[in-house]
Design a protein around this ligand. Sequence first.
Ligand SMILES: O=P(O)(O)OC[C@H]1O[C@](O)(CO)[C@@H](O)[C@@H]1O
Length: 539
Amino acid sequence: MTGVDHIWSDLKARRATQGALRIEDLFAADPSRAEAFSTTADGTLLDWSKTAIDAPARDLLLALAEAAGVPARREQMFTGAPINETEGRAVLHTALRAPEGAAPVMVDGHDVLPDVRRTLARMRKFANAVRGSDFTVTGGPVRDVVNIGIGGSDLGPAMAARALSPYADGPRVHFVSNVDGADIADTLARLDPATTLVVVSSKTFTTIETMTNAATARAWLAAAVPDPAAHFAAVSTAEDKTADFGIPPDRVFGFADWVGGRYSMWGPIGLSLMLAIGPDDFDQLLAGGAAMDTHFRTAPLAQNMPVILALVGLWHHQVCGYPTRAVLPYDQRLGRLPAYLQQLEMESNGKSVAMDGTPLALPSGPVVWGEPGTNGQHAFYQLIHQGTQIVPAEFILPARGHEAALDHHHLLLAANCLAQSEALMRGRSLDEARALMAARGLTGAELERQARHRVFPGNRPSTTMLIERLTPFALGQIVALYEHRVFVEGVILGINSFDQWGVELGKQLALQVAPLLEGQPAPGHDPSTVRLAAWVRDA
Ligand SMILES: O=P(O)(O)OC[C@H]1O[C@](O)(CO)[C@@H](O)[C@@H]1O
């Protein structure tokens, strides 16, 4: 067994010794627990005290991070080593947000930062022109922007545009991703082609959903304006393909293959966001990401927010065996954060083999899901509180909202968030439930029956991340925090978090199923698929 294997088995042994331990007991035993199991970074706070991680478990988890080589791998990532080994690429989304004066980042003997800055300056110039009406389309200044992209070329900017809507003072930005014609039809139906700019965002510029939607947008424009090409910009690593599509090079924003799709919102893939909020606020987003990078790179592991969040995640999924985790932002504008994190976490760490191709010794990443509070409270929290499976909850709460006149809303929002984590931990015992029923006048068997329905087991873990307000800077911190959390979990599990071979097969088969739907011969499909296709075809 390796040192890492030993620590995993020590962790499982530690968990086994906890028996009926209640999280509340940990607070009783250590009056400083709330502080000791909290981590801060540039105005944010992560409280992980409401978990069953006790001091010995914490020490083992930190030892695990050391033994798995997190600090060394982290340096390799930041300095451009090809740590995406299955694709032979560096992983340098951090370079997209590197501050002025940062040390050169070398890939194949070439500092990538000057190119990053040049592209950012071009984006800034273009965004200023569009926002300032210097860039015009057929009908004059651009009033609407349609971002066409999917996965990492959609979720990041779409999530951020919604999160930062109080900062949106440019053209209205819309996001079309699904190949379902309903998506683009509903979007375009509201828009005037003469004043619409379409940004086609695709790292590869081959993704079938995006190229189909782009062609539909082009046809929509062609039917209404004399020069449809004048209404397009593109973001891609494949400049030959953007040229084939007819987009002039001065409106193409390229990036290198060392930026993974789901890590790409910091660069040109963020163009539509920049058009909405402006270059200065976009810079603030980058600054927040960069601040989290510095924290991740320099803070000791025991105070390192991404490392801690990762270790909490490993404790819950790989040690305790909880199958999912819920991300519960108490901010309506973070409504797309769970979807964004689903791609970030599940596409990154949803793997079955280790870097060397051998089967993983431990489960890979968990299912990630969620919804903003308080809406989730009135939907699925029932299961989180009383269901038979335990769902670690990750709360995110800004201390203040943007609506000063609605502070009373925010107070209730915050109270709900804090109350949920308390309720999850504390629960309600059978005796407490019996007392409640007795107070309502019930007695005997009926009291007992009703009381049992009102028991909350409690002892359910959660973390709470606090930010001051959902600013561009804070959003940058949150996204970079989760990116690094995924990285740390991946390193410790031995996973390559930067490829996504698991999405390939379905894409290939979709192309082979299409002829079936058109009634053409398409051998090699199973009887169920053939029958389903026939039903769809003949309906
Ligand atoms: O930006 P592209 O090349 O269109 O890819 C879109 C998305 O498709 C995937 O490759 C797989 O679905 C994602 O990783 C990526 O973000």
